[in-house]
Design a protein around this ligand. Structure first.
Ligand code: ADP
Ligand code: AMP
Length: 217
């Protein structure tokens, strides 16, 4: 199954992607994680990404398209692909369609997790992430067993630099102006569109996602 996971920052894309991948074993490509890994590697490109990401702006299409095309090419799309946070502009969506069409393996569904702005701000400002395994927690909703320590690897959790209220508001502006039109692009293209309520408890969202995608097990 080849699926694009969309929704505003904080809706629960990464959380749900991890669930789906653990259960169904498709490859998970998060553009945010891939861009953060590039930054952590301290490359020249990583430096360039920093200014956009820390300001809550989208990284330019030519950079993201090249990085993500490389990441997609390394996967076996026949085994299933869950794209999280990419595409975020119509130019990116067109580039992805071209790449998957060339492989004869087009997208099969678009999963959109929706949530109100006030909930998103609360989710994002309470998010804590493991710098080692990437696992995501929330200080109130999904706390680790031991405060600020990752359950899986015992490492101290961090708060992402762009997870402040000011930057979140900028990221939401970018989402509304540049990413929401991608939803219309897919709908106009006759894709299977699945909308889920991200305010629901995470197990329920996970169940609804699996059911709507026709996955079981
Ligand atoms: P996204 O990838 O869409 O930016 P995340 O999956 O990182 O969002 O989730 C944002 C924050 O909200 C995290 O702190 C996560 O633990 C928490 N969260 C995700 N889904 C739910 C949910 N259904 N209920 C409560 N908290 C959630
Ligand atoms: P995320 O981890 O999805 O919240 O993304 C964090 C930041 O990475 C975003 O605010 C953007 O600066 C950048 N980013 C991630 N994915 C994309 C994308 N598809 N296009 C442009 N910028 C992106």
């Amino acid at each position: 199954m080849r699926v694009v996971l969309m929704g505003p920052p904080g809706a629960g894309k990464g959380t749900q992607a991890k669930r789906l991948v653990e259960r169904f074993g498709m490859a998970h490509l998060s553009s945010g994680d891939i861009l953060r890994a590039e930054r952590a590697a301290g490359t020249e490109l990583g430096e360039k990404l920093k200014s956009y990401m820390d300001a809550g702006e989208l990284v330019p299409d030519e950079i993201v398209v090249e990085i993500m095309a490389g990441a997609v090419a390394k996967q076996d799309p026949q085994k299933g692909l869950l794209l999280d946070g990419f595409p975020r502009t119509i130019i990116q969506a067109e580039a992805l369609d071209e790449q998957l069409d060339r492989l004869g393996l087009p997208l099969e569904a678009v999963l959109i997790i929706e949530a109100d702005e006030s909930l998103l701000v609360e989710r994002i400002t309470g998010r804590r992430s493991c710098p080692s395994c990437g696992r995501v927690y929330h200080v109130k909703n999904i706390p680790p067993a031991k405060e600020d320590i990752c359950d899986a690897c015992g490492v101290k959790l961090i708060q992402r630099e762009d997870d402040t209220e000011t930057v979140v508001r900028q990221r939401l502006t970018a989402y509304r102006s540049q990413t929401e039109p991608v939803i219309e692009y897919y709908a106009a293209g006759g894709r299977k569109m699945i909308k889920l309520d991200g305010a629901e408890p995470l197990e329920e969202v996970a169940e609804q996602a699996a059911e709507a995608l026709g996955l079981s097990g």
